[in-house]
Design a protein around this ligand. Structure first.
Ligand SMILES: [Zn+2]
Length: 118
C-alpha cells in the first residue's frame, strides 16, 4: 500500500512576541527605517508621457522593501507597500506599544546599534 506523505511548505520562522524579532527589527521599530533609494520605474502612456513612477526603497538595517506608486499627474502617492523580512512582523497579538520594544531592546546583551549588526 502506498502512503501519501503530505509535502510541507517551507516553514518560515514566525515571531509571536517582541522577544522573537531580530535586533535589526527592534531598531527599526524604535528608530524607524533607514530607507535607501534603489530605483525608480517610469510607466509611460501611449503618448510617451509619464503616467506614474514606481519608487523602490530598501531599509539599510532590516532589509524591508518599500514600493510606492506616484501619479505623474497629481504627484501624490497612489499606493504604498512594505515587504518585511522574516522575524520583523509579530503574528497574532495586535498592535504593540513602543514601550515593549524599548524594554526588549534594553534586555538584550548587546543593545547598541553596532551590536545589532551581524
Ligand atoms: Zn528597517
Amino acid at each position: 500500500m502506498k502512503i501519501k506523505v503530505p509535502v510541507e511548505p517551507e516553514k518560515k520562522p514566525v515571531a509571536t512576541t517582541p522577544a522573537d524579532i531580530t535586533d535589526e527589527a527592534l531598531w527599526c521599530r524604535t528608530e524607524r527605517h533607514l530607507w535607501k533609494w534603489v530605483k525608480d520605474e517610469i510607466t509611460v502612456g501611449t503618448d510617451a508621457k509619464p503616467v506614474e513612477f514606481r519608487r523602490h526603497n530598501e531599509c539599510l538595517r532590516c532589509k524591508a522593501r518599500k514600493n510606492r506608486t506616484i501619479s505623474a499627474r497629481t504627484w501624490t502617492v497612489q499606493r504604498s507597500r512594505i515587504a518585511y523580512p522574516d522575524l520583523y512582523l509579530i503574528k497574532g497579538a495586535g498592535r504593540h506599544h513602543s514601550s515593549e520594544f524599548y524594554r526588549e531592546q534594553m534586555a538584550r546583551p548587546a543593545h547598541t546599534e553596532s551590536g545589532a549588526k551581524r
